[in-house]
Structure formats: structure tokens, C-alpha cells
Design a protein around this ligand. Structure first.
Ligand code: NAP
Length: 416
């Protein structure tokens, strides 16, 4: 099979856009022509001649010679407008924009079908780790039990530095920003939105589920305190922000993003700094682990290049898990085992905590190890942030709510 000639219109020439330009220029054996690059700021200094650029998106989208749009801008809503128009005009699209994808997956998939075009987005999940194509091609016929990992380099960098090098949260965040891992506004990373978008995309390829961001709990690391780090260290845990997608026997699938206490027996324990890791547990292959660079111009540019190269051979995602006979459904009715540092006993009732196995209270530090109801945590995610509660899952304990065996009366919690 010979490669089809691609004429690329590129949107964005920031970290990833320039990374793609670099890897494309330096890759052996594959050539694709970037016809024009759309950018936004007319005052920025550029490393290429002015004739390479345009500020008018129509110059790219209306050009019939451009058959591929590579969308690498940092504005999810404008990216959606660009991608929608490109697909509607019969152009293939490669994008790295996880927020846009997770928010508009259903409409985008419909557009690719209506217009018989391909939409690829390996770079949107875990940078250079080839997880989407692995799920699509390697796991196409194998039932997956769970998928979890470290999908966000910024928070992993902050957690590594606060725990191993005892930097304060603010110092670690500043360092991550200085090194270019964290954006000036890091909310999407540190509050767990970014890994949630990635989990939603991966859930589509691993389980055939189309979940919407508002259906999924994301709790980040902004409420982490010295006491939580000390608790984890004394027990031999590291703290990681871990998105989890887990399938149960009845075909229901739970998705959530929460900090997790990780033991040294878990491969994620050894994923530090800006690195990402993905754990996939399959029916036949058992547990497999992929580790790599989750961000940065060249690693992310390499994932975009891989999509462009695949496109030149006519590649499309087939969403095989979506079309298989066995259907999975999203289910938030789960019970998790958590460590939870709180201020007042009312926090425990508000957050659906029960079956307490460990508790400690002093003037300044109160925590429980207990079971928590995912639905109630989700309903109270603003409360968690506002009250400074820190919560982390433990022991990989996640069960369907019906399976919980022992509960205590809520009122009893108020007396502890
Ligand atoms: N950075 C990473 O490591 C990484 C990893 C995985 C995925 N991603 C995703 O990749 C995408 C790009 O990220 P980035 O880090 O490269 O962002 P970035 O460094 O902030 O660059 C953004 C680029 O988009 C351009 N832009 C913004 N609005 C535009 C518009 N309306 N029309 C044309 N160009 C526009 C900017 O133009 P000016 O140059 O004129 O300002 C800039 O060149 C995002 O979706 C991000 O989530 C990034």
C-alpha cells in the first residue's frame, strides 16, 4: 500500500505545533507538506517566514488543495468550530485537544460518519504513549476489566516534588510552570479536569462508552496538606492523581478521577515527575503497563506525526468496542475505600462516608479511612474544594453499591 499525499493546514504554532514542525522536519522516510499555519497573535516573533502563516482560518478551511487539518490550538471552543467546519468540508482532522474531544465526542463522531472522513487524536491522551491505537488495534477483541494511570504530567510533577523533595505546593507548581509543564492557569490540571477528559476519551475506545464530563467526578490535589503527605509516607504510599475506568461483571462501568495512595507493588508508584503511565487489565493478557512522556513539544508532536502518517494510509478509528454485541453502560453507583481528612463531622455525612475502619481526631487534624459513596462525592465536589477536604482512594477497593455489606447509620458519624 502506498502512502496518500497529504497537504496539511496547521492551526496553532505553540508548544505542540512547533514540536510537530520539528519532528516532521527530522523524521526519516515520511514527508508531508504543511501548506499554511494559522496563528492568532500578530505581535509574536516567529521562527519561520511570515509567508508560512495566516490569521484567517478561511484561507486554510476553504482551500480545496488542503486535505488534512491538524488542530493544535489552546482554545477548546474555537477548536471545536474549526474541527466541525473541517470535517463538514470533507477534510480529515488530527487534533490534540482533549477538552474539545471529551465535550463534543458524540457530535464529532457523527460528523466523521456523515462526511466519510477520519478524526485521529492520539496526542490528546498521555502525550507520546500510544494508548488509543493500542486499545483500538491490540485490544479490539479482548474484554478490558480496568484502565487507570497517571494521565497528567503537571500534577504528577507537583506531587513528586512535594512528597520526595518536600517542596511546598506553591513552590512545586511554580517549578512546573517554569519548566513549561504547567499552564499559567493550571486549574484544569490541578483540579483533575484534564485527566477526566482523557479518561472519557479512553473509555470510548476501551469500553465503547460515551460519557459526558458533567457525569464524571474529578477531585484534584489542591487541598493536599502536610498531614496527608505524612500519613501516606508513614504507611509507605506515594500519592498520585489517578483516573480510573473500571468494568464490573454486569457490564456497568465506573469512571472517576481522585488522588490515590499507591503502594510499591503498583507500577504507577515508579512513575514520577512529568511522566505518564497507563495500566490496562485485560481478560486474557492480564495487566499491562505503558509509561512515557505525557507532555512537551516533541513527544506530543511525535504522537501527532504518527496520526498523520497513519492517515496517509487511510487509517480510521473503528470504535470496535462501541459496535460489539456486549454493551457496557456508565454506572456511578459505586462504593470506594478512601482516606478522608475533614474539618467537621458534618463533612462525613455530606460526603456519604460510612463503614469507618480507622479514625483519628486532634485539634488540627482529623481523618477517617472508610467507604464512600461515589454519587454523593460527585454531588459534593464543590464542597470538597471549598472545605479543604482531602480525599484519596485506597487499596484499589471499588465495588458496585449493591455489593457493600456493612453500613453504619449516618447519625452515628456525628458522634466521632
Ligand atoms: N503542551 C503539551 O505538552 C500538550 C500535550 C498534549 C496535548 N496538548 C494540547 O495541544 C493543544 C495545543 O497546546 P500547546 O501547549 O501547543 O498550546 P500553546 O503553546 O499555548 O499554543 C497555542 C497555539 O494556538 C494558537 N491559537 C490560539 N487560538 C487560535 C486561533 N483562534 N486561531 C489560530 N491559532 C490560535 C496560538 O497562536 P499564537 O502563537 O498566535 O499565540 C498558539 O500558536 C491544546 O489542545 C493542548 O491541550 C498539549
Amino acid at each position: 500500500m502506498t502512502a496518500q499525499k497529504l497537504n496539511i493546514g496547521l492551526f496553532g504554532f505553540g508548544c505542540v505545533g512547533q514540536g510537530l514542525y520539528h519532528v516532521l522536519k527530522n523524521s526519516k522516510g515520511f514527508t508531508a507538506n504543511i501548506s499554511k499555519i494559522a496563528i492568532k497573535d500578530p505581535h509574536k516573533k516567529r521562527s519561520l517566514p511570515a509567508s508560512c502563516f495566516t490569521f484567517d482560518k478561511a484561507e486554510i478551511l476553504d482551500n480545496p488543495d488542503i486535505n488534512v487539518i491538524v488542530e493544535l490550538i489552546d482554545d477548546a471552543e474555537e477548536a471545536f468550530r474549526i474541527v466541525k467546519e473541517a470535517l463538514s468540508k470533507g477534510k480529515h482532522v488530527v487534533t490534540a485537544n482533549k477538552k474539545m474531544l471529551a465535550t463534543h465526542l458524540e457530535e464529532l463522531l457523527a460528523l466523521t460518519e456523515q462526511n466519510n472522513v477520519s478524526l485521529l487524536y492520539e496526542a490528546a491522551c498521555c502525550g507520546s504513549i500510544p494508548i488509543i491505537r493500542t486499545l483500538e488495534e491490540y485490544y479490539d477483541n479482548e474484554r478490558i476489566h480496568s484502565l487507570s494511570g497517571i494521565f497528567n504530567g503537571t500534577t504528577n510533577y507537583i506531587l513528586t516534588k512535594t512528597i520526595s523533595e518536600k517542596l511546598s505546593y506553591a513552590q512545586a507548581l511554580k517549578q512546573a510552570q517554569d519548566k513549561g509543564f504547567a499552564e499559567t492557569n493550571p486549574v484544569s490540571d490541578v483540579e483533575g479536569f484534564d485527566p477526566k477528559y482523557k479518561a472519557i476519551i479512553l473509555a470510548l475506545h476501551a469500553f465503547g462508552i460515551l460519557a459526558r464530563p458533567e457525569e464524571i467526578l474529578n477531585v484534584g490535589i489542591t487541598t493536599l496538606r502536610e498531614e496527608d503527605i505524612r500519613y501516606a509516607s508513614e504507611k509507605g504510599y506515594k500519592i498520585k492523581l489517578v483516573p480510573t475506568v473500571k468494568r464490573f461483571e454486569d457490564g456497568s462501568v465506573g469512571i472517576f478521577v481522585l488522588p490515590r495512595f499507591i503502594t510499591p507493588t503498583n507500577p504507577l508508584y515508579y512513575v514520577d515527575n512529568e511522566f505518564n503511565g497507563v495500566l490496562v487489565d485485560g481478560d486474557f493478557s492480564g495487566e499491562q503497563f505503558l509509561k512515557g512522556r505525557g507532555a512537551g513539544g516533541n513527544p506530543t508532536g511525535a504522537a501527532v506525526l504518527s496520526d498523520i502518517s497513519a492517515l496517509s494510509f487511510g487509517y480510521r478509528y473503528e470504535f470496535k468496542k462501541r459496535h460489539q454485541a456486549e454493551k457496557n453502560t456508565l454506572n456511578g453507583n459505586l462504593v470506594l475505600k478512601v482516606y478522608l481528612r475533614y474539618q467537621n463531622p458534618e463533612d462525613l455525612t455530606q460526603l456519604g462516608i460510612h463503614t469507618i475502619s480507622e479514625h483519628y481526631t486532634s485539634e488540627t487534624y482529623k481523618y477517617v479511612v472508610a467507604l464512600a459513596d461515589l454519587e454523593e462525592l460527585k454531588a459534593s465536589s464543590d464542597y470538597i474544594r471549598e472545605k479543604g477536604v482531602f480525599i484519596a482512594t485506597l487499596d484499589d477497593y471499588v465495588e458496585l453499591k449493591e455489593q457493600k455489606v456493612k453500613t453504619v447509620k449516618r447519625e452515628a458519624l456525628l458522634s466521632i
